[in-house]
Design a protein around this ligand. Sequence first.
Ligand code: GUN
Length: 316
Amino acid sequence: MGGSRWGENKTVAGRILSGNQIRDQILAELAEQVADLARRGVVPGLTAVLVGDDPASQIYVRNKMAACEKIGLRSRTLRPPADLSTEDLLAIVEELNADPEVDGILVQLPLPRQVDADRILLAIDPAKDVDGFHPMNVGALATGKPRLVSCTPAGLIEILKRSDIPIAGKRAVVLGRSNIVGKPAALLLLAENATVTVCHSRTQDLPSVAREADILVAALGRPAMIGADCIRPGAVVLDVGINRITDPAEAERIFARQPEKLARFREKGSILVGDVHPADMEELASAYTPVPGGVGPLTIAMLMSNTVRAAVLRRG
Ligand code: GUN
């Protein structure tokens, strides 16, 4: 054997957990299930409510509807104007709740400021709440009887399971405590028998807690904030962040060790980065989700999964 031994390598690139591949796998499985339901006369339907004309929301909703079409679900987008009132939107939600053809209701966030988002999310029939945001569904998850679970956290578990990464007994550290990602991610990891710690902006000495993680989930919404001091060598790192960088100095700093990415930034004037420093993650993690193409693609796949599940649960 030559002189180079595994242990002498300073940097060993970790395994890339491809969200695109896992998404395609899940969508293929769902397409079969949908075809099966169709043969029995059931075609699950998702209705999205897209308020106003926020460009990012338009792209997200378009991608969600495209996924519906791909796997054979009925889909529809309602586009009420940006100046509607909470009462107007409540009336739309009530109509969708009562419509037997609607299996899933998705009210795209953020909503305009004058709309009380909490009241809207509370008004959605929990049986049709494919985002898993309703307190009833959050409570079901918290008490260990999940029904419809928030899509991004559910996607994290799918990535781990489908990549044969064991969860039970492992130390999981979740960075971020949002209702949409951090908290449900912690509850799902707990349900899989991980030992779970949640860190947040007030955590003291966050790096030393993060370094305890066998499975590190970063969901803080801060570009490349989690660096080498937070990653135990060999940890599995799931990066939920999707941040668009446009500041050249910031790009130079973050991508100093990745010239090909820096070149792409210079060409396009912007680039996506997760919450974890990409070069540190590549060098230290045993496996990691890249940004883009890691956790992101799973969110839509799990929305499709929730829509099919809602249809099956609701229609018996
Ligand atoms: N806006 C950004 N992400 C989401 C999501 O997962 N669901 C909804 N409804 N709105 C969003």
